[in-house]
Design a protein around this ligand. Structure first.
Ligand SMILES: NC(=O)c1ccc[n+]([C@@H]2O[C@H](COP(=O)([O-])OP(=O)(O)OC[C@H]3O[C@@H](n4cnc5c(N)ncnc54)[C@H](O)[C@@H]3O)[C@@H](O)[C@H]2O)c1
Length: 251
């Protein structure tokens, strides 16, 4: 296995399970020091065991990415402990209500989904960049969704929040384009993870039927493209939202 991330420090939010855990594991296998942020204490513990069983070291912190003071303190602590920050991948996210029309979608739920998916992405990026600027190097990846590009019906909060994440990527990427920091996004179609266990079967059937390859993506496929985006090799890509959709997105 390559050692693309030797000597580098990465924070992965939503790292206790699913896509975040998969990306974190691959970075650690390739030599990086990885710290997983999540709100799920039990899953963080399980993830730690998965890493240790493979001989990989990992740090975990209970962090709610919507808490601005907590986010800043946690990122500062990682840099204090490990001396630098090279990579920040924001995977923390929620699907929120689905298979319901906007008229039945509560404002409270809408605000909660936007707070985690969009405001959390803003905070994680805002407080990571100052540390990356110290070395004039950084790789930021915000996980958006095909739902933010095309809009899946029945999930207005999710679609709106993920479109917002794509706007963040495009704007902030340009703000830092003259530095060594890149800011990119990824817009996956459905990936087989615990997130989808709560998704209504009708919504799952709709989303899967839209994928020309006729199957869900895997965590390994998501980690493969994500780790390239946050590697040194990806040096002429910024402010871009990459595709991972089995042929669904052709733009
Ligand atoms: N699975 C898919 O089909 C799919 C498709 C497109 C995009 N995505 C996006 O990929 C990302 C990862 O999704 P996943 O499928 O691995 O989901 P998941 O539910 O398995 O993992 C998401 C993680 O985020 C954590 N999280 C939620 N709110 C948090 C908060 N406030 N602070 C810190 N952590 C928090 C959860 O505890 C969980 O561990 C999400 O942003 C999701 O929207 C997923």
């Amino acid at each position: 296995m390559n050692k693309r991330f030797e000597g580098q420090v990465a924070i992965i939010t939503g790292g206790a399970r699913g896509i975040g855990e998969g990306i974190g594991e691959r970075i650690a296998r390739e030599g990086g020091t990885v710290v997983l942020f999540d709100v799920l204490a039990d899953d963080l513990q399980k993830a730690t065991e998965t890493f240790y069983n493979q001989g990989l070291k990992v740090g975990t912190m209970r962090v709610d990415i919507t808490d601005d003071k907590g986010v800043k303190a946690a990122i500062d602590e990682v840099v204090e402990q490990h001396g630098r920050l090279d990579i920040m991948v924001n995977c923390a996210g929620v699907a929120g209500p689905n298979a319901i029309k906007i008229t039945d979608y509560s404002y409270e739920d809408f605000k909660k989904v936007v707070d985690i998916n969009l405001n959390g992405s803003f905070l994680m990026t805002k407080f990571s960049i100052p540390h990356m600027l110290k070395n004039n190097y950084g790789r930021i990846l915000l996980i958006a969704s095909i739902g933010g590009k095309e809009g899946n019906p029945g999930m207005s909060g999710y679609a709106a929040s993920k479109s917002g994440v794509m706007g963040l990527v495009k704007g902030i990427g340009k703000e830092y384009a003259q530095t060594g920091i890149t800011v990119n996004g990824l817009a996956p179609a459905v990936i087989a993870t615990p997130m989808n266990l709560d998704t209504h079967p009708d919504t799952m059937a709709y989303m899967t039927s839209k994928i020309p390859m006729g199957r869900l993506g895997t965590i390994e496929e998501t980690a493969a493209i994500s780790t390239w985006i946050v590697s040194k090799e990806a040096s002429f890509n910024t402010a871009f939202v990459f595709d991972l959709s089995g042929g669904r997105a052709t733009y």
